[in-house]
Each structure stands twice: as structure tokens, then as C-alpha cells.
Design a protein around this ligand. Structure first.
Ligand SMILES: CC(C)(COP(=O)(O)OP(=O)(O)OC[C@H]1O[C@@H](n2cnc3c(N)ncnc32)[C@H](O)[C@@H]1OP(=O)(O)O)[C@@H](O)C(=O)NCCC(=O)NCCS
Length: 383
């Protein structure tokens, strides 16, 4: 290390920037807790609406509290007409993540409370954001295919209504339950890239919509939320379980990333991936030929990766690996996976933003300057 050179943690690896009571990730043991509750217990016994309440209010709701919160979510589902026109104008030309990000950044135009930064207003905005991201994602899925916009059905639960607005028909109770659990599993994950980006944008005292828009922008990349779409594309490209070993060996030899594997924090099996994998096995016998084919390839890739890179390098399946076939079984195309991830994670972003605002400090880290100094300005005619 050069004299005077500060410690630089590339990728902010190992850097703590604040305390939080929202989410605990134990990457060595493969454990995940929302507000102290183990993820497996929430996935088995809770609902997405209840998990949203837990993350926003810090406690499990009483029946009346959950009822009021659920009504608030339902009342916020309808997409404003002007926003629908915006979505219509973009949906066929842009990636759904870009359309979602643009639509969410336009939401302040339809919210009288957009610039009220009180906790009460931010809780109401969080409920609107949860409902609107799901409705907008479903609307993008339809409008880009020239299908009519399906208005929300307020008799349905959150995940059930999302599938209804996307597919135009009510899902079976089993399909609705699986989607509800997928949303719970994606709801929160401590200080990852998109959550940190959300907090950094909000730490300037911008507003909830600005902060969440930044979070969506960060989620898009294939090293973060975009890995779910990339992983399914990889599984499709492999084409058959028999091709998996050659594909993996070539990728490892060329030092390419296998999408849906590896994690900055988990050095063992991601507990969310374990749960999603169990859904895949459950779906295997009842799903279409295509889902069974994708599942067969995914399971083979998992087996090979665990034996080749799992124990040796700590590279295990993450939340994004098995999601693809589960989403395909629910009628969701690959490029809607990451918007759906955003629609599930939005509650985590809002929860962290409100927690950070309680003792806000502008986020302003340093970079270590290694460029030149005292350069002489040469007029353009003399260069
Ligand atoms: C998520 C991710 C960015 C975390 O990476 P990180 O903590 O920054 O780790 P690094 O990029 O420093 O990688 C460490 C080593 O593991 C390897 N590695 C990490 N993920 C890998 C993957 N998915 N496939 C193959 N090798 C991988 C790297 O090549 C590197 O090897 P080296 O030490 O021989 O150079 C990384 O695992 C990745 O790119 N995964 C694929 C994308 C993905 O699924 N993202 C979703 C995460 S939830």
C-alpha cells in the first residue's frame, strides 16, 4: 500500500454505514430474518400484506390493523389514466424495467402528498407504491402485447390481483399462494445495492418516489435483481440437462458468471433459494412440458454448480436461480421477472428509507484521487 493511501473497500465490501432493525442476513449460516422473524416461518404462515405491515410498522398487525392496511392497499391499485397513457407510449419500445422506473418516477404528479415527508404521509405513500408497482408491472405485461388493461379486482388479495391483472383470469388458490410467497421472499434483504441506492437518494431529503425510483434503477442490473431474467435465459440457452456440464465447464474455464449463483453475503445456500426450489419440485408434476423441461435443466445446473463451485468457492444458488421456472409456471415472461422483483422489494426500500430518515445524515463517501494536478489550460487553437 502506498504511503498515505487510505483503505479502499471496492464495492463497499465489509463496510457498515448504519444500524438497522429491519433485516438480519447471516451469510455463514444461511439465515434470514425480517424484524426478527425467520423467513421460512413467514413464508409458511404469513401473507405478503402482513409482511409489508411488519416491515413498515415494525410489528405483526392485529386483525383490525391488517384489515385497515389491506383496504389501503386495495384502494391504491387503480393506475391513474395519465400514467396508463405514459405506460402505453413506452411499453412496446422499452424494457419493462425502464417503463416501470419511468412510471414510478411520474407518480408524484398523481399524489397530493408527494412532497409531504412526514412519517404518516410516507406510510401512506409506501402503501401506494406497493400497490402501484404491482399494478404497473401487470399493465406493462398486457399493454405491450396490445391486450386491454385489466382493472384491479378489490375482492382479491395482493398477489392474486397481480396475477389477475397480468393474465386476465383469476389464478387458482395454489398459484396465488405461490406468488404470494414469492413476493414475501423478495420483500426485503438488508443493505443490498438497490436498498443502499434508495437510501443514498433519499438521504439528500429528496422524497419517497425519488428514492424508490433510484432503487429500481439499481435493481435492474444482472449482478443484482436482473439476475433472475439472466438465469432463465441461461437455462433456456443450455436447452437440455445433457448439455449442462459442457456449458458450466466452458463458463468456468472462461471465468464467466453463472447467473443465479454466488452472493456477496451468503457463502452457503441462500435460504430463499431453498424455499423456491421446494416450490419447483412441488410444481414439477403439475406444470406444462416447458416448465418441466426448464426445471430439469435448472436442477442439473444446480447439482453441477454445487459439486464444482459450492464448497470450494462458496458459490451457491441465490434467490434468482430457481425463480424463473416458478414464474414461467405462473404465466410471467422473462423480462417481467425483474419488475416483479421490484414490485415485491418496494416495501423493503420504503421501510429502510423511513428508518434512515429518522436520524438522516447525507450520504457522501470519498474516493481517493489518483489523477493529475496543476495542469495548464491550453486554448483549443493550440491543442
Ligand atoms: C452476486 C455477485 C456479484 C457477488 O459477487 P462478489 O461478492 O462481488 O464476488 P466477486 O465478483 O468478487 O467474485 C468472487 C469470486 O467468485 C467468482 N464468482 C462469483 N460469482 C460467480 C458466479 N455466479 N459464477 C462463477 N463464478 C463466480 C468470481 O469469478 C470470483 O472468482 P476469482 O476469485 O477466481 O476471481 C456474484 O456472485 C455474481 O456475479 N453472481 C451472478 C449474478 C447473480 O446471480 N446476482 C444475483 C445476486 S442475488
Amino acid at each position: 500500500m502506498m504511503a498515505g493511501r487510505p483503505q479502499i473497500n471496492l464495492g463497499l465490501e465489509g463496510v457498515y454505514f448504519d444500524e438497522s432493525r429491519i433485516c438480519k442476513v447471516d451469510g455463514q449460516k444461511g439465515e434470514l430474518y425480517y424484524m426478527g422473524y425467520p423467513i421460512a416461518e413467514l413464508a409458511a404462515r404469513s401473507t405478503y400484506e402482513e409482511v409489508c405491515y411488519l416491515l413498515l410498522y415494525g410489528k405483526l398487525p392485529k386483525r383490525t390493523e391488517l384489515g385497515a392496511f389491506t383496504s389501503q392497499l386495495r384502494e391504491s391499485r387503480q393506475i391513474p389514466e395519465g400514467l396508463l397513457s405514459l405506460i402505453r407510449s413506452m411499453a412496446k419500445k422499452a424494457h419493462p424495467m425502464d417503463t416501470l422506473r419511468t412510471a414510478i418516477s411520474a407518480l408524484p404528479a398523481y399524489d397530493k402528498e408527494a412532497y409531504d415527508n412526514s412519517t404518516a404521509a410516507n406510510l401512506r405513500k409506501s402503501a401506494r407504491l406497493i400497490s402501484q408497482t404491482a399494478s404497473i408491472t401487470a399493465a406493462i405485461g398486457r399493454l405491450r402485447q396490445n391486450k386491454v388493461y385489466v382493472t384491479p379486482d378489490n375482492t382479491l388479495g395482493h398477489a392474486e390481483n397481480f396475477l389477475y391483472m397480468l393474465n386476465g383470469s383469476r389464478p387458482s388458490p395454489k398459484e396465488a399462494r405461490i406468488m404470494d410467497t414469492m413476493m414475501m421472499l423478495h420483500a426485503e434483504h438488508s443493505s443490498n445495492a438497490s436498498t443502499f441506492t434508495t437510501i443514498a437518494a433519499g438521504s439528500t431529503l429528496s422524497d419517497m418516489y425519488a428514492a424508490v425510483t433510484a432503487g429500481i434503477a439499481a435493481l435492474k442490473g444482472p449482478l443484482h435483481g436482473g439476475a433472475d431474467e439472466a438465469a432463465l435465459r441461461m437455462v433456456r440457452a443450455i436447452g437440455d440437462p445433457g448439455n449442462a456440464e459442457r456449458y458450466i465447464d466452458q463458463a468456468i474455464a472462461k471465468k464467466q458468471r453463472i447467473m443465479g449463483f454466488g452472493h456477496r453475503i451468503y457463502k452457503t445456500y441462500d435460504p430463499r433459494a431453498k424455499i423456491i426450489r421446494s416450490y419447483l419440485l412441488e410444481l414439477h408434476n403439475t406444470s406444462s412440458k416447458e416448465v418441466r423441461r426448464l426445471t430439469g435443466i435448472a436442477l442439473k445446473v444446480e447439482e453441477l454448480m454445487v459439486s464444482k463451485l459450492g464448497k470450494q468457492k462458496g458459490i451457491w444458488p441465490n434467490v434468482d436461480f430457481f425463480s424463473g421456472p416458478v414464474y414461467v409456471a405462473a404465466g410471467i415472461p422473462a423480462d417481467l421477472f425483474t419488475p416483479l422483483f421490484a414490485a415485491s422489494r418496494v416495501v423493503g426500500w420504503c421501510s429502510h428509507m423511513m428508518e434512515y430518515w429518522r436520524s438522516n445524515r447525507l450520504i457522501r463517501p470519498l474516493d481517493y484521487y489518483t489523477g493529475r494536478l496543476n495542469m495548464r489550460y491550453v486554448p483549443i487553437s493550440k491543442r
